[in-house]
Design a protein around this ligand. Structure first.
Ligand code: NAI
Length: 286
């Protein structure tokens, strides 16, 4: 197994730019690819302001922030991934699109390059099956915001080799994150636990048990959660929570994962949480 030195990140959206920034701060040269020039431009601005905040907080020197930005190059062509040792895709959450990119990478990358997916719900085993070298496909599930969140959930497809899992675990530690390995399953571990909690909190609102504010404060004061489940649902996006519940419900074919009728209604109404200004609370742009 080659040592991981050169990183490729595909998709320069919310997650991709955070992943690129995190590797660059840790000293890795990163190539960030997106189909859209505008997305690459936005990603650079986001990374600049995120690094600027880290400098202000004293977490990073100005020089380190400048060096990190200089380590990130950007391109719209996938072919530039040819010399990368680890390529992480963070593109739209669709099996057909992700599988298509993996197939393209098979023709572009060295056979020993590792191909990781930041998918939050798609079966890694199904994704790996799309590659001509399925043993090198693995999940690296980062959390939002990437520069801040400590965990990387590493998901082994049925086909993933031990060497690939070890290399990815090691590089996760090298960027200052904490790796935890899980087998491939619907929702993996974090979302399998988190989405039903949020969903059940929404059922409590639906049944009129208590107000959203009180439900959140009960979980903060009684279960020592730093944030209430409804506020967390608003932060993640209620459409994303609904997607995860549907993945669990359909995947396990188990009624215990049925989405709350109120969650469905909120999504139908366009009350998706912070990103639309309204969820279980109202949010005003600063
Ligand atoms: P996003 O919509 O912010 O960014 C996706 C980017 O990928 C866009 O810039 C788009 O232009 C680009 N893209 C789409 N198809 C492409 C292709 N074929 N080649 C190159 N670029 C392409 O999405 P976000 O939120 O960053 O999510 C990306 C992935 O990360 C998804 O799989 C999502 O499930 C996962 N994820 C998202 C989290 C979140 O909190 N947003 C948390 C953990 C995982």
């Amino acid at each position: 197994m080659t040592q991981i030195k050169q990183i490729g990140v595909i998709g320069a959206g919310t997650m991709g730019n955070g992943i690129a920034q995190t590797f660059a701060v840790a000293g890795y040269p990163v190539l960030l690819q997106d189909l859209s020039e505008a997305a690459l431009e936005r990603a650079r601005k986001t990374m600049e302001s995120s690094l600027g905040r880290q400098v202000k907080k004293g977490q990073l020197s100005e020089e380190a922030a400048r060096d990190a930005l200089a380590r990130i190059s950007a391109d719209t062509k996938l072919e530039t991934m040819a010399d990368r040792d680890l390529v992480i895709e963070a593109i739209v959450e669709r099996l057909d699109v992700k599988a298509g990119v993996l197939k393209q990478l098979d023709a572009i990358c060295r056979p020993d390059a590792i191909l990781a997916s930041n998918t939050s719900s798609i079966s890694l085993t199904q994704l790996a099956a799309a590659s001509a070298h399925p043993g090198r496909v693995i999940g690296m599930h980062f959390f939002n915001p990437v520069p801040v969140m400590q965990l990387v959930e590493i998901i082994r497809a049925l086909q993933t080799t031990d060497a690939v899992a070890e290399a990815v675990t090691e590089v996760t530690r090298a960027i200052g994150k904490t790796p935890r390995v899980s087998k491939d399953s619907y929702g993996f571990v974090v979302n399998r636990l988190l989405a039903p909690l949020i969903n059940e909190a929404i059922n409590c609102v639906y049944e009129g048990l208590a107000t959203p504010e009180d439900i959140d404060s009960m979980m903060k004061l009684g279960a020592n959660h730093p944030m209430g489940p409804l506020a967390l649902g608003d932060l993640i996006g209620l459409d994303v929570v609904l997607n995860i519940m549907e993945t669990l419900y359909e995947g396990f074919d188990d009624p215990k994962y049925r989405a709350s009728p109120l969650l469905k209604q909120m999504v139908h109404a366009g009350y998706l949480g912070r990103k639309t200004g309204r969820g279980f609370a109202e949010y005003h742009k600063a």
